[in-house]
Design a protein. Structure first.
Length: 242
């Protein structure tokens, strides 16, 4: 068999991106949305936690950093569930709004940032809510990115998120983002980062639709506000072995 990279996410996949606070989940979602819009494929972006004007400003910053034309932003349609509680609390209303957005734009991608905001005060219903959103994405035949938050008690590099493992069990793939503060000389030597710095990681926990890299990679947060996936941990050490 021939093994070659897809060069992106599987078409029509519902991808779960999870991590603790400030690990880059929203940046991941915004970069994805802009990259698809730049390809001419519209994106419906549901912002659940940050009001739409602030997301729009963030997308503009990311657009400039990525060197994309101003017109690319026209390919991203924002649905402001952060400012309108009925969209967060009533799924039929949210789905009706999304129906109108997809009908008007013909978008092929859906981003929800974040799923956790749809059940943050009722985590016992997480499985039910996630299942409905997942089935909606499948019905619309779109490729979807769903971010979710981790709780402080969760292991940073696991697929567990707020609502337990229900989110990762239901969705097609899970990408975990994590960060660690370098506090020992051993960590500094292992990761090649000075003491006191933050080192970031990305790991694909699983994917039902294709094979995937099982290694944990370094993740770089550029000063321009973009994420860049680096080499796998230990790549330098393994390459230096005879």
């Amino acid at each position: 068999p021939v093994v070659r990279p897809l060069g992106g996410l599987p078409r029509l996949a519902a991808v779960h991106v999870t991590g603790t606070s400030d690990t880059g989940k929203s940046l991941f979602a915004e970069q994805y949305a802009l990259a698809q819009a730049a390809r001419g494929e519209g994106v419906v972006f549901v912002t659940v936690e940050t009001p739409a004007p602030f997301v729009d400003a963030g997308l503009e910053q990311r657009r400039l950093a990525m060197g994309l034309a101003r017109g690319v932003l026209e390919g991203v349609t924002l649905v402001d569930a952060a400012s309108h509680g009925v969209l967060r609390e009533d799924l039929p209303t949210l789905f009706a709004t999304l129906d109108a957005a997809f009908e008007a734009t013909g978008a092929r991608h859906l981003v929800v940032d974040s799923l956790t905001g749809l059940y943050e005060a009722r985590e016992m219903t997480a499985r039910l809510i996630v299942r409905k959103v997942y089935l909606y994405a499948k019905e619309k035949q779109v490729t979807a990115i769903f971010t979710s938050q981790k709780r402080s008690s969760h292991e940073e590099l696991s697929a567990e998120a707020a609502g337990g493992y229900a989110v990762s069990h239901i969705l097609d793939a899970t990408i975990v983002l994590a960060k660690r503060l370098v506090m020992t000389q051993a960590q500094s030597r292992l990761w090649g980062v000075p003491l006191g710095e933050v080192v970031r990681f990305l790991r694909i926990d699983g994917c039902r639709l294709s094979g995937h890299d099982t290694r944990t990679h370094f993740l770089e947060l550029l000063r321009e506000g973009l994420l860049r996936v680096g080499p796998p941990i230990g790549a330098g050490a393994s390459s230096s072995e005879p």
